[in-house]
Design a binder for this molecule. Structure first.
Ligand code: ADP
Ligand code: MG
Length: 696
């Protein structure tokens, strides 16, 4: 096994027949190991059966020819002001012109170097009295160029500057031979068979040494999917391993009833939703077991995650343990502090707020935490500082978890033996993505909002109709309600005519909303200033809050019933959904106006229209992922989305589900050595993406 695997992980530069120059070029493209080379799949296949002589070519037909480049050069046509790269190929029966109207010159020069043998395909047309192909597919065969040396179906690889098709083909062939007798899959042949999978080695062979069947797209796709499954399977197996290891740790078994819980439940002024009850049950079960809980609580904005978190906290208190509650911003942390403080104050439970800079007061709080006098601590990143030492931390709760890196999550967790962990997010994540990003966590979903919630009425408005929006805002203000106006940028940008928050706050106060109180909130303000504005908004001392996306997460002001978003096209749909979640938190129907410039494309407007139709965060996230890719949804660099070689998370979601099922089973069947290899490979491939940094 060891030796066979070495063949896959061997550096490409040790393959026979590869010079240091080509090795370096390939490495630059991310092709470093023999395995990387195997995953470098042909872009397309050409059927030599369709090969024709140039003398047989006629206008209008699709031609595939092999010919030698006689000449090539860039040409400028002054009359039409067009730059064209032209080449002539000859196959001994005639010549054909190739023309490119754009394209990277160095690449074209290299491909069409006189003397090169090209495999060319494309539609034959006529230019003057000569036959030509405009924008042909052209690949340099190897130096000898005789096409007879190849099988009937030619794999055509992605162009890599400085590496000819023939060279690539030979290298891949050698790589295949190296692995032929070994094992390419993480699964044994028996396991592949029992799962009904095409053997991975067969898939590689088919894709790189194609026969006629590979011209059929459906067949081709089946083999590609086997490769995708393998990648996903490896990844998921690593997650299951991580989970299994976590489950072997000893955790605290909490008794989940008790006086604090009962009192808190009694104090609630509303009925818990069915979904809230269900996830509380799931959490309770986890907390009762002597294994650390690792649970993600997903729920759309306003679905009531905080109550669930506070309830979980109340269970911990009765057992004499401490709770740490971390939120990404001061504003949000303070809001949680107030909620929790209110919940526990009557019961005599000391709750502390740990903010970024709090002067000497901090020492008293730290001392209280260390001594165990303070039972619940709410705060921002300030919680993970070294000098915060807990007495007996039992539960860590992290709100809007995607805003934190896993490192921060770990640091906080490691402040105690093995506390339970509950992370929460209001960013609905499509299932496929959540299987990747949160694959090592157990997931609970609150898929229901409290019944009294009304759907927020959302409309897209063009710039020129802004007055209508102002009128809508005024209507709400007249009813004693409040409004948000959101801008994408803080300060005037030189490049574009974006309306910025600062300038507009001043302008609106002077003009349209002169008889109301306009406030300003943006990310560049000092923490105290922000808090001050936010609390004034909560106290209704501000009617219209002009702001940037700082209000995006978690802010809860039920009296705010109207939101206008300027330059809405600049936001992702998921982000707009988060923003919109700031309104519609009270009893009355709320409105959200998405303002966009007329100059915007129809596509942008169509994208925004999706917001009018649905209030379902999961549907919106799916759409967002389709339109803007998975990275955008999490909206942070450290999002932990691994890069797969062939698999595409948007396109290949169902394969991920299958891989997950197989991985769960496979992890139980693989030998210790095989599992060690999974860890090593996964760490090498994806170790830098945060969730896996501690796999091995
Ligand atoms: P989110 O899931 O967005 O964090 P919150 O926990 O902030 O939502 O809850 C939003 C609002 O809904 C809060 O004011 C909260 O008190 C209220 N709420 C939570 N659960 C219910 C319920 N079951 N019925 C009515 N209101 C609820
Ligand atoms: Mg929340």
């Amino acid at each position: 096994m060891e030796k066979e695997n070495d063949a896959l992980r061997k550096a490409v530069r040790y393959l026979k027949g590869i010079g240091p120059k080509i090795g370096a070029t390939l490495a630059k493209r991310g092709v470093k190991t023999v395995e990387d080379l195997l995953y470098l799949l042909p872009n397309r296949y050409e059927d030599k059966g369709a090969l024709k002589r140039i003398e047989e070519m006629e206008e209008g037909m699709t031609g595939l020819v092999v010919g030698k480049v006689i000449s090539s050069r860039p040409v400028y046509y002054p009359r039409t002001r067009k730059r064209v790269f032209e080449a002539t190929v000859d196959d001994g029966t005639g010549s054909l012109a190739l023309r490119w109207f754009q394209g990277p010159l160095p690449y074209l020069r290299e491909t069409c170097e006189p003397g090169n043998t090209l495999l060319v395909s494309g539609r034959i047309s006529r230019f003057g009295n000569r036959l030509q192909i405009v924008h042909p597919e052209a690949a340099v065969l190897d130096d000898g160029g005789e096409v007879d040396r190849y099988e009937r179906i030619l794999p055509v690889y992605p162009e890599i500057e400085g590496v000819k098709q023939g060279t690539l083909r030979n290298l891949v062939r050698r790589a295949l031979e190296d692995c032929d007798h070994g094992r390419t899959s993480v699964l044994s042949r028996e396991m592949e068979e029992s799962y009904g999978l095409i053997p991975l080695s067969e898939a590689f062979a088919k894709l790189h040494r194609p026969d006629e069947t590979m011209l059929d797209r459906v067949t081709h796709r089946r083999y590609v999917e086997r490769l995708i499954l393998e990648e996903y399977l490896l990844f998921q197996a690593a997650l299951f391993l991580k989970k299994r290891e976590a489950a072997a740790e000893e955790g605290i078994g909490f008794a989940c009833d008790g006086i604090y819980r009962t009192s808190f439940e009694k104090s609630l002024t509303f009925e818990l939703t069915e979904a809230q009850r269900r996830v509380i049950g799931e959490i309770e079960e986890d907390m009762g077991r002597k294994v650390p809980m690792n649970r993600l609580l997903q729920g759309d904005v306003g679905s009531g995650k905080t109550v669930v978190a506070v309830l979980a906290s109340s269970m911990v208190l009765s057992n004499g343990y401490q709770v740490a509650f971390m939120a990404p911003t001061e504003i949000l942390a303070e809001q949680h502090y107030l909620t929790i403080h209110k919940a526990f104050d009557d019961m005599g439970v000391p709750v502390a707020f740990l903010r970024g800079n709090m002067g000497v007061e901090r020492f008293a709080v730290l001392e209280g935490i260390r001594a165990g006098r303070i039972q619940v601590v709410v705060g921002t990143h300030a919680l993970i500082r070294k000098d915060v030492v807990f007495n007996n931390l039992g539960l860590v709760i992290i709100d809007e978890q995607h805003r934190f890196g896993v490192i921060q999550r770990k640091v906080l967790k490691e402040k105690a033996g093995s506390p339970d962990l509950l992370v929460m997010t209001a960013t609905p994540i499509p299932r496929t993505l959540s299987m990747v990003v949160y694959g090592d966590l157990d997931v609970s979903v609150i898929d229901e909002v409290p019944r009294d919630r009304k759907k927020t009425v959302t409309r897209v408005y063009l710039d020129k109709d802004r007055d209508i929006v102002y009128k809508l805002i005024e209507d709400e203000l007249k009813k004693g309600h409040q409004a948000y106006i959101v801008y994408p940028l803080v300060e005037e940008s030189k490049r574009i005519d974006l309306l910025d928050a600062k300038r507009m706050a001043a302008h609106l106060q002077k003009t349209i909303f002169a008889s109301y109180r306009v406030g300003l909130l943006h990310g560049k303000m000092k923490a105290e200033e922000k808090e001050d504005v936010m609390s004034r908004f909560k106290e209704r001392e501000i009617d219209v809050l002009v702001c940037t996306t700082v209000i995006e997460v978690g802010i809860d002001v039920p009296n705010a019933t109207m939101m206008a978003v300027e330059h809405a096209e600049r936001f992702g749909l998921s982000q707009l959904h988060q923003l919109r979640g700031r309104v519609g938190r009270g009893k009355s129907v709320a409105r959200c106006a998405l303002i966009t410039s007329e100059k915007r494309t129809a596509l942008a407007v169509r994208r925004l229209k999706a917001m009018e139709k649905t209030g379902d965060g999961f549907k919106i996230a799916e759409e967002d992922m389709r339109l803007r890719g998975p990275g955008e949804i999490l909206g942070v660099k450290q999002s932990g989305i691994p890069d797969f070689r062939v698999g595409d998370l948007v396109r290949d979601g169902p394969i991920m589900s299958r891989a997950r099922r197989l991985a769960e089973d496979a992890v139980g069947r693989l030998t210790v050595e095989e599992l060690e290899r999974v860890k090593t490979v996964v760490k090498e491939r994806w170790g830098h993406t945060l969730h896996l940094s501690d796999v091995a």
